[in-house]
Write a protein that binds this ligand. Structure first.
Ligand SMILES: *Cc1c(COP(=O)(O)O)cnc(C)c1O
Length: 440
């Protein structure tokens, strides 16, 4: 039987990130200033991000070197395992060969530290003392809290109220790393205070938390950090695909089909872009939740990244900036928009997308846990559901590559609902149609 875990010598750890922009037939449409509606210049971003990240955000260089202090921290968990899912293949009776890149081995259990570490590094190098951010389910907040601890930065996290109440362990993890966690909406920002005065029990949303974190990044020693969506975040995540390429090359495999889940698009881009560079024959499939289907049901238009309208206007597949997704368990996929770079690539028909309902997602996750022993986070379980559907339909030895971008050890309450048959299957269509009437 061929090997189950494909390792990679530490000396083969990627030394550079891959920027797909120069390899595209046309560049993505630029972000616009929310006031003037003119394309943003680098100066517009200076209050939010340090110079190195702004340069990466707007770069058309194909490769960017991973700084040695960042590689040194990456070595705590990288290279991550690439697993051949033999037992899952057998359970499905498929001729397909399924490979899984597993990012759940990071210190916080997801792919998010791949970008949190360089973001903290570049900020610390620029003399920044404090970072603010938002978090939905808590994955990104824990990753940034971990990274800030590595570089002695203070960290303030606005955590969506509903998760703050439901996910006390994520909050503890952030506090353990030294971060300050605020339930959002909070009385500490003008956005939060206004929302609370209208509705004291508002459960919050990622869009509201982003508004609060951006508003709080005003002191001169403070900057803001975003865990997905932006070009520099997608860039940092390409370390996943670069490693997977090396691992597959070492056993003479190339993928026919690459599948990953999409919330803001960063783990999908991180896995897929290095393979998109190589081949126009490989298929790429983004798996998104039916409760928040920005690629398959959204409009490709300029919209705000947050609820209050503080952020630049981004051309993206969007469900409308005030769309509040139902509280499905895949918290990391509950965002109204999709990365502008990934939206552009979808619009160029270089990738496909599929929306997956919640119950099918958890059935896939359960089969994966029982066959491969890894409990996936509910987010990558969407990708696994798509993998299983494709593998069942396969009549040839198709090579499928996917990413389990996080573990589900802190999502057991969601699994409990699944095992007890109490998972909801919300239909967001009427509210999407309504929110899309309010695009700027
Ligand atoms: C944040 C997160 C996501 C969604 O974000 P992307 O930018 O689309 O990758 C998916 N899975 C996990 C485990 C996450 O933490």
């Amino acid at each position: 039987m061929p090997q189950t875990r494909i390792t990679l010598d530490e000396s083969r750890l990627p030394r550079r990130w891959y920027n797909i922009v120069p390899d595209l037939p046309e560049p993505p449409p630029p972000p616009l200033h929310p006031g003037t509606r003119a394309p943003l210049g680098p100066d517009d971003l200076t209050p939010l991000f340090p110079p190195d990240l702004i340069a990466q955000e707007t770069s058309s260089e194909r490769y960017m070197e991973i700084p040695e202090p960042v590689r040194d921290i990456y070595r705590l968990w990288r290279p991550t395992p690439l697993i051949r899912a033999h037992r899952l293949e057998k359970a499905l009776g498929t001729p397909a060969r399924i490979y899984v890149k597993y990012e759940g081995v990071s210190p916080v259990g997801s792919h998010k530290p791949n970008t949190a570490v360089p973001q903290a590094y570049y900020n610390a190098r620029a003399g920044v003392r404090r970072l603010t951010t938002e978090t939905g389910a808590g994955q990104w907040g824990s990753a940034l809290a971990f990274a800030c601890a590595q570089f002695d930065l203070a960290c303030d996290v606005w955590m969506v109220r509903s998760s703050y109440d439901q996910k006390p362990y994520r909050r503890t993890m952030m506090e353990l790393f030294g971060a300050k966690v605020h339930a959002s909406p909070s009385p500490e920002t003008s956005t939060g205070a206004k929302i609370l005065s209208d509705d004291p029990s508002n459960p919050g949303s990622l869009g509201i938390a982003i508004s609060e974190a951006v508003e709080s990044a005003t002191p001169s020693d403070t900057r803001y950090a975003l865990g997905s969506v932006l070009n520099h975040v997608l860039l940092h995540q390409t370390v996943i695909g670069e490693e997977a390429r090396e691992q597959l090359a070492s056993i003479n495999e190339t993928p026919d089909l690459v599948i990953a889940c999409t919330g803001g698009g960063s783990n999908f881009a991180g896995l897929a872009f290095p393979f998109l560079r190589d081949s126009r024959e490989t298929r790429f499939l983004a798996a998104e939740p039916a409760a928040c289907p920005s690629l398959t049901k959204g409009t490709y238009a300029y919209d705000y990244g947050d609820t209050a309208g503080f952020t630049p206007l981004l051309k993206m597949h969007t469900l409308g900036h005030d769309f509040i997704p139902d509280p499905i368990h895949a918290g990391g996929l509950r965002y109204h928009g999709m990365s502008p770079l990934l939206s552009h690539i979808y619009n160029l028909s270089l990738i496909e997308a599929k929306a997956i309902p919640q119950r099918e997602t958890f059935e896939a996750a359960t089969l994966f846990a029982r066959t491969e022993g890894i409990i996936p986070a509910p987010e990558p379980a969407h990708a696994l559901a798509a993998v299983i559907a494709e593998a069942k339909a396969a009549t040839t030895p198709l090579v499928i590559l996917t990413s389990v971008c996080g573990h589900g050890h802190l999502d057991l309450a969601a699994y409990e609902s699944h095992l007890h048959g109490t998972l909801a299957e919300p239909d967001p269509s009427p509210r999407i149609a309504d929110a899309l009437t309010r695009l700027p």
